[in-house]
Design a protein around this ligand. Structure first.
Ligand SMILES: C[S@@+](CC[C@H](N)C(=O)[O-])C[C@H]1O[C@@H](n2cnc3c(N)ncnc32)[C@H](O)[C@@H]1O
Length: 279
């Protein structure tokens, strides 16, 4: 079978399995299999795929047809121009979180050596994207999950980025508290789905670890604890930037009364998603 024929078959099977972007995923699987760029994929369409590669692809496809996330099958996820290792121990980084990185960079652009604390780092996506953009930044990243921190450590080491990783419950850790007192920005994409969403999630979201997605009855369990902790520790002028469920972003904003500046920023679909607070 040629690459072109395989691409068509893959697309059709992924569409039948209910995958939302079958063309894009078919292309992603083939570029990964053949080790070519997306641009090159069209140019090799007439070449035939050998049997071993076809078997590997069939294995991946069968898993994807069962709605296992593509990122788990390949063990990789793109984020802010980086390719990050992911496992079922971490949330697959989402495109909207790339916007959080953009907002963070806006706040940090005037600082020569910014200090950034990323709370609930998962695979390290936000912390590593910021370190990539701001090589002189001092970055600490935390997570409650030891398994997640192992993935973040593997990503930091593969990229050669120095990021201090600490296992902690939000900011309640002496090393984290000390860092937070001097930090210019705390980023937090913590779990924010209400427990009631559990049964209506797509199979792909259900593959994320529950510790990474659920936050009590209202989805604000972590934010409500983080807010006073950050208020007590941050220096005047420092920022807290949180990603939230658009359904409760207004409630979160209303609860942050004692901050010097408060801004709710929209995501690309114009839903209130990011809360930026200045101490
Ligand atoms: C929504 S995921 C986000 C991961 C990563 N920041 C990203 O944007 O891809 C939330 C992360 O917060 C971590 N987490 C959950 N509860 C926590 C807590 N109390 N303290 C610190 N981290 C926590 C989870 O283990 C998970 O890695």
């Amino acid at each position: 079978m040629t690459v072109h024929e395989l691409r068509q078959e893959l697309t059709a099977r992924l569409a039948r399995a209910g995958i939302a972007s079958p063309e894009a995923e078919a292309a992603w699987l083939l570029t990964h299999l053949l080790g070519v760029s997306r641009a090159k994929l069209g140019l090799v369409g007439g070449e035939s795929v050998d049997e071993a590669d076809a078997r590997t692809l069939e294995g991946w496809l069968a898993r994807r047809e069962r709605r296992e996330p593509l990122q788990h099958i390949l063990g990789l996820a793109p984020f802010y121009g980086l390719t990050l290792r992911v496992t079922p121990a971490v949330l697959i980084p989402r495109p909207e979180t790339e916007q959080l990185v953009e907002i963070a960079l806006e706040q940090l652009s005037i600082l020569a050596t910014p200090r950034v604390l990323d709370v609930g780092t998962g695979c390290g996506a936000i912390a590593l994207a910021l370190k990539h953009e701001l090589p002189d930044a001092l970055v600490m990243a935390t997570d409650l999950s030891h398994a997640a921190l192992e993935v973040a450590a593997a990503n930091a080491s593969a990229l050669g980025y120095a990021v201090t990783l600490v296992q902690a419950d939000l900011l309640a850790h002496p090393e984290v508290e000390a860092f937070a007192r001097e930090a210019d920005l705390v980023t937090a994409n913590l779990p924010y789905l209400p427990e009631g969403d559990r049964d209506s999630l797509s199979p792909e979201v259900q593959a994320d670890p529950p510790l990474a997605i659920f936050a009590g009855q209202d989805g604000l369990q972590h934010f409500k604890r983080l807010l006073p902790q950050a208020h007590a520790l941050l220096k005047p002028g420092a920022w807290l930037l949180a990603e939230l469920d658009p359904r409760n972003a207004e409630t979160a904003l209303a609860s942050a009364t004692n901050w010097a500046d408060r801004q709710l920023r929209p995501d690309l679909l114009d839903r209130p998603r990011f809360l930026l607070l200045q101490r």
